[in-house]
Design a protein around this ligand. Structure first.
Ligand SMILES: [Zn+2]
Ligand SMILES: [Zn+2]
Length: 351
């Protein structure tokens, strides 16, 4: 079968590898769509970061590895002791395997397990292969009405959903989402779906601002063209936002978010800041703003799938597909230049 393999920095090859078969407690999937993530870009240009040159402590897997952790597939074969899925069932995969024995796994906060192994970075297989095998416990069966492309969107939308949950949203509030990439779009769509919450989005790319407007965003601000702190104050009677989401990952966005969050508000950092930077901590004291982080997801898939069945995550206008053979040229490259928001690999060739 064809698969996209990561050998090392700027060394990704599309090769034929052996088709896997399910062991006890596992499920074999035919992959339909796999989204390309920002972390795949980091891995390509700056890695190994997520992948390992030495065996992973939980799985023993090291490079080369099959890439792809945002995917949807259909069940083709159950391993022993799996009897609640049938051939053709559409599923989304929660790709993080955890140790199950540490303190964090013990209290159910499994996204803080110190030894996570990600399918698509540190496990045998990934979503960028025609077939892959995962434990039954990593599989979420999708209800009728959800398409395979939407299924591949559950993983990144769970990242967005978790970030929103960390900000403790309530009806009547104003949220500001800084950054209109896939996680920012997901944050916006999640907030809209949750109900009576006003959302302001800040995004420097004109193309991405246009996408957000078409998705129904009423307030889309250009941080390169105006003072967003003042603009947010103007839109909130001078009070500032009840909560701000940093989905941009650049110092200017974090500082603007801190300066424009209302007293007692929340600022959630979900973007990866690759470099340390200084900021004025006096702003924390002045507004008693709760600054917090958001790491992947933890029991968030069911809520995302539920919102998806209610139409919360439309694909039109921001999700595009490419064939597996074009992974670098039409996937990694345009995402690097922000010429696209979310690109999915049509692994099965279009179903
Ligand atoms: Zn990802
Ligand atoms: Zn653990």
């Amino acid at each position: 079968m064809r698969a996209v393999l990561y050998y090392g920095r700027e060394d990704v090859r599309i090769e034929d590898i052996a088709e896997p078969s399910p062991k006890t407690g596992e499920v074999k999937l035919r992959v339909l769509y796999n989204g390309i993530c920002g972390s795949d870009l980091h891995e390509y240009y700056h890695g190994p970061i997520m992948t390992r040159t030495r065996p992973h402590p939980l799985t023993g897997v090291k490079n080369p590895v099959v890439l792809g952790h945002e995917f949807c597939g259909e069940v083709v074969e159950n391993g022993r002791n799996v009897d609640d899925l049938k051939s053709g069932d559409l599923v989304a995969v929660e790709p993080i395997q955890t140790c199950g024995t540490c303190y964090w796994c013990g209290i159910g906060q499994y996204n803080h397990c110190p030894k996570p192994a990600v399918h698509g970075y540190n496990r045998e297989g990934g979503g960028l292969a025609e077939f892959t095998v995962v434990p039954r416990s990593m599989v979420h069966k999708l209800p009728a009405g959800i398409s395979a492309q939407q299924g591949a969107l559950v993983e990144p939308m769970a990242v967005s959903y978790h970030a929103i949950a960390r900000a403790q949203p309530a009806s009547g509030q104003t949220f500001v989402v800084h950054g209109g990439g896939p996680i920012g779009v997901g944050a916006f769509l999640t907030l809209k779906a949750l109900g009576d919450i006003r959302v302001i989005v800040c995004e420097p790319s004109a193309q991405r601002r246009a996408i957000l407007s078409r998705l129904g965003a009423e307030h889309v601000l250009d941080p390169a063209g105006l003072n967003v702190v003042e603009a947010i104050r103007d839109l909130t009677d001078g009070r500032g936002a009840d909560a701000s989401i940093d989905a941009a990952g650049v110092p200017a966005a974090f500082k603007a978010a801190l300066a424009s969050t209302a007293p007692l508000g929340h600022l959630v950092v979900v973007a990866m800041h690759m470099e340390p930077f200084p900021f004025n901590a006096l702003a924390l004291l002045a507004g008693e703003v709760s600054v917090t982080g958001s790491k992947t997801y933890c029991n968030d898939y069911p809520a995302v799938i539920e919102l998806m069945t209610r139409g919360a995550y439309p694909l039109e206008g921001w999700v595009s597909t490419i064939p597996m053979a074009d992974f670098i040229e039409r996937g990694i490259v345009p995402l690097t230049h922000q010429q696209a928001t979310k690109i999915m690999v049509d692994v099965a060739g279009g179903r």
